[in-house]
Every structure is written in C-alpha cells, then in structure tokens.
Write a protein of this length. Structure first.
Length: 227
C-alpha cells in the first residue's frame, strides 16, 4: 500500500512548504482542483524541483464528452504526471476514448476512474444515481475495468468487492482515510489504515490529518511505519 498526500492548502507557498517538510519520504503527492486551477503546470515543476522522485497524481476528475476527455488526456500527457483520473459516470465510451488516445505513448500514467465520492452519504448518492453506493460503485468499477483503466477511486468499504468482481490487480485508491481515527471533516465514509490494509487498498489518500497537523513529517512517518 502506498501513501498519497493531498496538497490542498490555501496557497502555493504553503503547499510547497509542506512538500519541503516531507521531501525525504517515499510518498505520492496529489494535486487537485484547488492547486492546479490556481498554480497550474508550473506548480508540478516546483514539486519536482524539491524532489524529482516524487510521484504526482493529478486529481482533476475529468467529466465531459468522449472527444473532449480524450483531448484533455492527451494534454495531461505533456505534464509528466504519474497518475490522473476521470469520472466513471462519464461512461464507457469516454473512458475507452481516453485509453485509446494515450495508448501509444511510451510511458503512460496510471489512469483511475472515480466511482462514488467519499463525501456522499448513501442518501445523497441515491438522489443523484438512484442506486445505493455499493452496487453502483461495483458497476462503475466493472465499466472502468472493461474500458482498460488501471483502477478506481472509491472508499475503503468498496475496495474488496471491486477487486472481487474485476481483478486483484485492478487498483483501488481510497480517500477519506483517517489513519488513526482523526476528525472526518466533510467526509462521510472514512476508514483507518488497518481497515484499508485488510481490504488490500493500493493507495490511501490523506489530506487534512497531515497538512493540518503541527508536525506533518511526523504523521507521514507514523503512517509509513504502518504500511
Ligand atoms: O483532507 P482529506 O484527507 O479528506 O482529503 C481527501 C482528498 O481526496 C481531497 O483532496 C479530496 O478532493 C479527494 N477526494 C475525495 N474523495 C474522492 C476523490 C477525491 O475525498 N472520491
């Protein structure tokens, strides 16, 4: 299992300060909407300047018509990131278009599909998708698997079932992790490290429990000791 640290701080300077503090550790860094919209591709270069070995997950959750998603995926190829994601609810044709467009690149990033956002309660989810989270997440995962993606973003509670209906090798990346039972914030379906390990999650994403701590490096070290 690998640790992915979410860089969700209010300014570029604060994010880079965090990166600097944890530069000695073998972790992935997740760059999401907030940072990418504000700081752009240059921010990715700034991270690599601190430590070129950092792996970067660009969490932009693409959702659009197939051709636009494939175009966006091609643009992402120029950024040198190691992982990016799309929404499974964009449909199989969109996911297939993305994979087809990037298949001829020598080294392509890992591509994941978002199933159900971990902030959804079952009730909120049903209002949008008219099915419960577990069954819809399974279906989204199956679609992503059949479209040639490498894995999905899901909550730890769906990981075991998804691997069972796709493949053990089909990756799961789970946000909403509170490593040692910390405050959940707006997340509804949170799990700790022990649970994530028990269901063979491949990547855990941790944001607030690290960047809100007085000593982020210590938290990262404590998490890595457990993995
Ligand atoms: O602070 P916290 O640990 O809750 O951060 C979780 C991160 O994972 C945030 O950056 C959030 O955008 C992201 N995320 C999520 N649920 C998903 C996909 C991504 O919480 N399904």
């Amino acid at each position: 299992m690998e640790l992915c640290v979410a860089l969700d701080l209010p300014t570029k300077e604060e994010n880079l300060e965090l990166v600097e503090k944890i530069k000695a550790y073998d972790v992935w860094l997740k760059v999401g909407f907030r940072s990418y919209i504000r700081d752009g591709a240059e921010f990715l270069q700034d991270i690599k300047k601190i430590n070129p070995d950092f792996k970067i997950f660009l969490d932009l959750k693409l959702y659009d018509i197939p051709n636009t998603m494939a175009d966006a995926a091609e643009s992402i190829m120029g950024l040198g990131v190691d992982m990016f994601n799309v929404h499974a609810s964009a449909g199989k044709r969109a996911m297939e278009a993305v994979m087809q467009r990037i298949q001829n690149y020598e080294k392509r990033p890992i591509v994941l599909a978002v199933t159900a956002l971990t902030s959804f309660s079952d009730e909120e989810f049903q209002r949008v998708y008219e099915k419960n989270i577990a069954s819809k997440a399974d279906q989204f995962a199956k679609d992503a698997y059949e479209s040639g993606l490498d894995g999905v973003v899901c909550s730890a509670f769906e990981s075991a079932s998804i691997k069972k209906i796709t493949s053990e090798k089909f990756m799961t990346l789970t946000p909403g992790i509170r490593p040692f039972g910390e405050d959940a914030g707006d997340q509804k379906r949170v799990a700790d490290i022990n649970f994530a390990q028990s269901v063979k999650v491949d990547f855990i994403v941790v944001g607030r429990p690290i960047y809100k701590s007085k000593n982020p490096a210590e938290v990262v070290e404590k998490i890595l000791e457990k993995l």
